[in-house]
Design a protein around this ligand. Structure first.
Ligand SMILES: [Zn+2]
Ligand SMILES: [Zn+2]
Length: 559
């Protein structure tokens, strides 16, 4: 059994993985090359890949082109050198990354030469498209007036969190779809005016609850379907319900009390073993309309994948993440749109036959390239004739094999992000010493201390919103958990007033992390259904409290 080159634990290469790398083919004249079977265990592969992506932290810095102030996912002092231009500067036609090309030097390692190239070719400050007034967002498209959200599309007036889709006026949420006026919701679909609600669909005015379907006016409830005026799963009359919940209105302290009860409720309630809907032969979590996807997470309309996290319309991929719009036959690749036959790469769009490249668009047959658009047969951003390309690439691969580089993903030391800034940390958090021991970078402080002459400790804030003056906008609040000061946005204050919510006592980053804890880690265990005892794969570890039902039993019981 091989042992993982990162964590040193033994792992198994399964027959489908061996078959996949044999199937994936790169042809250079008469020479045919296949990728290698992975050298790391699946979890470490995921860590290494996603350590190269920051979709959450934004920094104020200068553009390396114009010196103008910009907002970027790249810190002014990146962990590994990189050149950052504003979104607009990057998209202009007055430059071509081919100008950064250099010949391959057989006296140096490939990764060293690639990293040198990578550090000089300009990168986009943030990846966004078609937004209006959304400067502090990343991975967003067609949004308006949003603040500190990532990976979201078609939203308006949304703040704090990740993965909002077609939402309006939602604050502090994650994995929220087609919803409005929601607060602290997680994994909810088409919900209206709900707060502290998780794993729910088609609900209105529900609070501090989990696993609800089509409910209205429910409070501290779990596993209910099409109910109204329930409190702690007890049916009340409308009047009794209003009386019961009135004490929680407009009081931060009482709302915290309800939150504590919700945490206990989650331990007692029934959980779906996995969120797998309309799938065939799939294992993982959060899968929809897919077939033959094993050990996959957050996938829709996908087929024949293994170890893929976040994919839409993804086909025949192994060890990939953030794959959109029909990527096919990809291996150890992160962040693509419509990529085909691509391995060991990062951010490849509408391209094919790509090896060891990043940020390339509408291109084909590239090796070790960065930032190219509409190019073919390039190595280290240098243009070659097809015959030259076919002759040179196999030699470079042999050179990489001799140096022990071939078959490995980009080294984690080449990531411009600290592990704790990267996507890897969101799903697989590590402590600083652990991250450093694996060779990842770590950013000690990414604080932007807000400018405010007045600072108030969170615990000294008034309990009731009605007692909180508008002047709070001029204060910095010191977070209860992290001591980090933060400020409240005007739109945020309006929302809290309108919704009779207290001002949060925690920094938005702590709130974000607490929400992410509502998701199970991306590890599968064999569990028996708590009802029919059928064996099922679940992200609920066996030692965890809580009742796990298979999909069939869950539906019979709660829907
Ligand atoms: Zn490992
Ligand atoms: Zn069952």
């Amino acid at each position: 059994m091989p042992s993982c080159s990162l964590c040193r634990q033994t792992f198994v290469i399964e027959s489908d993985e061996t078959a996949f790398v044999q199937k994936m083919t790169f042809t250079f004249g008469k020479v045919v090359v296949h990728p290698e079977v992975p050298r790391e265990c699946p979890m470490c592969r995921l860590k290494i890949r996603t350590a190269h992506r920051n979709e959450r932290f934004l920094y104020k810095r200068e553009s390396d082109k114009s010196g103008r102030d910009i907002v970027s996912v790249f810190h002014a002092k990146p962990m590994s050198p990189c050149t950052v231009w504003s979104h607009e500067e990057w998209h202009r036609d007055d430059w071509d990354a081919i100008e950064y090309g250099r010949p391959f030097d057989f006296n140096q390692s490939f990764f060293r030469q690639f990293q040198e190239l990578q550090s000089r070719v300009p990168k986009m400050a943030v990846v966004t498209v078609g937004n209006e007034n959304c400067e502090f967002t990343t991975g967003t498209g067609y949004c308006k007036n949003c603040y500190l959200i990532n990976s979201s599309e078609y939203c308006e007036d949304c703040c704090y969190g990740k993965l909002f889709q077609k939402c309006r006026s939602c604050f502090d949420c994650a994995y929220i779809f087609d919803s409005e006026l929601c607060y602290e919701c997680f994994s909810v679909y088409t919900c209206y005016q709900c707060r502290f609600l998780s794993f729910a669909k088609n609900c209105t005015d529900c609070q501090f609850s989990t696993d609800l379907l089509g409910c209205k006016n429910c409070f501290l409830c779990a596993n209910l379907s099409r109910k109204e005026y329930c409190f702690q799963n007890r049916q009340l009359t409308k009047e009794e319900y209003s009386k019961q919940i009135a004490v929680y209105e407009n009081s931060y302290e009482k709302q915290q009390e309800a939150l504590g009860e919700l945490t206990e409720l989650r331990k007692r309630s029934i959980h779906r073993a996995a969120n797998i809907v309309n799938c065939e032969n799939c294992t993982g979590d959060y899968l929809e309309n897919s077939k033959n996807c094993r050990d996959c997470f957050d996938m829709t309309e996908s087929e024949d994948c293994r170890h893929v996290t976040v994919g839409i319309g993804t086909k025949d991929c192994l060890d990939c993440s953030n794959m959109y719009i029909k990527p096919e036959l990809c291996f150890m690749t992160l962040g693509t749109i419509e990529a085909y036959n691509t391995a060991y790469s990062l951010y490849i769009f509408h391209s094919q036959n790509i090896l060891y490249s990043e940020n390339c668009f509408h291109s084909a047959d590239l090796f070790g390239c960065s930032g190219l658009k509409h190019k073919k047969h390039c190595i280290l951003n240098t243009q070659y004739m097809k015959e030259e390309y076919d002759e040179l690439v196999p030699k470079i691969i042999e050179h990489m094999k001799r140096g022990g580089e071939w078959g490995h993903y980009f080294p984690v030391t080449s990531s411009p992000f600290g592990y704790n800034e990267s996507l890897a940390h969101e799903y697989m958090p590590l402590k600083k010493n652990e991250a450093l021991s694996f060779g990842f970078h770590w950013r000690d402080s990414h604080d932007e201390i807000p400018a405010a002459s007045k600072v108030i400790n969170a615990k000294d804030l008034p309990d009731r919103m009605s007692e909180t003056p508008d002047d709070i906008l001029n204060w910095a609040i010191r977070c209860e958990a992290s001591d980090r000061p933060y400020k409240i946005q005007k739109a945020e204050l309006q929302f809290y007033r309108q919704q009779q919510l207290g001002i949060p006592r925690l920094h938005s980053e702590i709130r974000y992390e607490n929400r992410m804890k509502l998701r199970n880690p991306r590890t599968l265990f064999e569990r028996a259904c708590g009802k029919c005892e059928k064996k099922t794969m679940s992200t609920f570890a066996p030692e965890r409290p809580g009742i796990i039902y298979c999909e069939e039993c869950y539906r019979k019981e709660a829907e």
